[in-house]
Write a protein that binds this ligand. Structure first.
Ligand code: HPA
Length: 274
């Protein structure tokens, strides 16, 4: 279903009525391993997705599915706790629905994290990668359908989806923290099956440094409506075929936990500088 502008307005109006004077400036979408950062939001107000008109509900077991508003690293934030993925059956428009609603509420920045497979043989599982660009070659765009000019133009430029100024902030924060930071291109993969070894070879040849099943649709929509974007991948595993063992969700979740002590200060440090 294609959402008219009025749906986004109705979602935003519902949230505005709950938030009073509070205006969030930074939208956070936190991937595997970092979702519990929402618990550190101060003066938090949580609104379940299911209560918001037109808002897609997350179906994944164990996914909370709520917006958490409050202060994090001194910044007024809106955390999407639980994200929806295309592989769950949602349209790309629905995957990115929340980004547009948060834009209407006042967010001018999107900070997004994910877990991803490491495509580079010279990098390691556990590394953190700053996203400098992305590749989403297949599947329709989240902007497909009638353009909503209230959000942006029909044919938006995508030369700088990830804001260069914010990439520089991330480099500086990582350096101050002494946290090694890789930089590279995120290759969007449909999932939910992990890639084949042959697909990983193809992705490497095409210029992908990391591969994952999220993020790219939300970033396209955020840039379309004029938001600045900062993105990080936790390279939770070596991609398919690079090691003799099969890939598993447990490995991805474990890597998230193991990297938390490096990842959380980096994300909070960047947030404080935005
Ligand atoms: N491929 C796709 N998505 C992922 C991976 C992967 O190897 N690891 C974590 N998310």
């Amino acid at each position: 279903m294609s959402h008219p502008y009025s749906h986004y307005q109705e979602s935003a109006a519902y949230l505005r009525a709950q938030l009073g004077e509070f205006i969030p400036k930074v939208a956070l979408i936190l991937g595997s391993g970092l979702g519990d950062l929402a618990q550190e939001v101060e003066n938090a107000a949580a609104v379940p997705y299911a209560s918001i008109p037109h808002f897609p509900r997350s179906t994944a077991p164990g996914h909370v599915g709520q917006l958490v508003f409050g202060t994090l690293a001194g910044k007024p934030v809106a955390v999407m706790q639980g994200r929806v993925h295309h592989y769950e059956g949602y349209s790309y428009e629905d995957v990115a629905y929340g980004v547009r609603v948060l834009r209407l509420l006042g967010c001018d920045t999107l900070l997004v994290t994910n877990a991803a497979g490491c495509v580079r043989p010279d990098w390691n599982a556990g590394d953190i990668m700053l996203l400098t660009d992305q590749i989403k070659l297949g599947g329709e765009s989240p902007l497909r359908g009638e353009n909503l000019p209230e959000f942006g133009v029909r044919f938006p430029d995508a030369s700088h989806l990830y804001t260069p100024r914010l990439q520089e902030v991330a480099r500086q924060v990582a350096q101050e923290l002494g946290t090694p930071l890789r930089e590279g291109v995120y290759y969007y993969s449909f999932g939910p099956q992990y890639e084949t070894p042959a697909e990983i070879r193809a992705i490497r040849a095409l210029g992908g440094d990391a591969v994952g099943m999220s993020t790219a649709p939300e970033v396209i929509v955020a840039a379309h409506c004029g938001m600045e974007v900062l993105g990080f991948s936790l390279l939770s595993n070596m991609a398919a075929g690079m090691l003799p063992k099969p890939l598993s969700e447990e490995e991805v979740l474990e890597a998230g936990k193991a990297a938390r002590h490096r990842f959380v200060p980096l994300v909070l440090g960047c947030l404080a500088q935005l």
